[in-house]
Design a protein around this ligand. Structure first.
Ligand code: NI
Length: 180
């Protein structure tokens, strides 16, 4: 069986913050995008597993479509979820705070508060409507990835002070890399 971590699949470059690509709203996937999405998904999974990360949204690989991939990597076996046009259909009033990171802000982590439980509706790779009721890490991860499709990063949930501190450090690290 062909594995989803695909050593044979070319990886995609991950866009680092700050970058206007990460602030743009992605457009919904339409029927005409089927081929694009079918080619994109294995590459997004391979890129996410290689990073490694537990979620990756299309804008992070410079694709402005409402597509995201998730795998919490909790068990021994891969549990990939491909989300097309995902949306939060319902969210609990109860909030939960957990530490988040992002492949577009490598090495930076901060506590983010979000609804503790969400119901997410999306289309799967076959174009079938699906629904997930999530809590805990999965709830946070799904909300984080859907945020990406709206041009929102986890740092946008922080105070301006904390956000600017992280973004300034990102810029500094990038300058150091460029001059190294
Ligand atoms: Ni992210």
């Amino acid at each position: 069986m062909r594995r989803m971590d695909g050593a044979d699949v070319p990886l995609l470059p991950i866009v680092l913050a700050p970058d206007p690509v990460l602030k743009a709203r992605a457009r919904p996937v339409r029927d005409a995008d089927a081929e694009t999405v079918r080619a994109l998904l294995p590459r997004m999974f391979a890129t996410m597993y290689r990073a490694p990360g537990i979620g990756l949204a299309a804008p992070q690989v410079s694709v402005g479509l409402r597509v995201a991939v998730v795998d919490l990597m909790e068990g021994d076996k891969p549990a990939p979820i491909a989300l097309i046009n995902p949306q939060v259909a319902a969210a609990s009033a109860e909030l939960a705070t957990r530490e988040e990171g992002c492949l577009s802000l490598p090495g930076h982590y901060a506590d983010v508060t979000r609804p503790a439980r969400v119901k997410v509706r999306y289309l799967d790779v076959y174009g079938m409507g699906q629904e997930i009721e999530a809590e805990g890490l999965l709830a946070a991860c799904l909300q984080h990835e859907i945020d990406h499709l709206d041009g929102v990063l986890f740092v946008d949930h922080l105070s301006a002070l904390k956000r600017n501190m992280i973004l300034r450090r990102m810029l500094k690290e990038r300058r150091q890399k460029e001059t190294a």
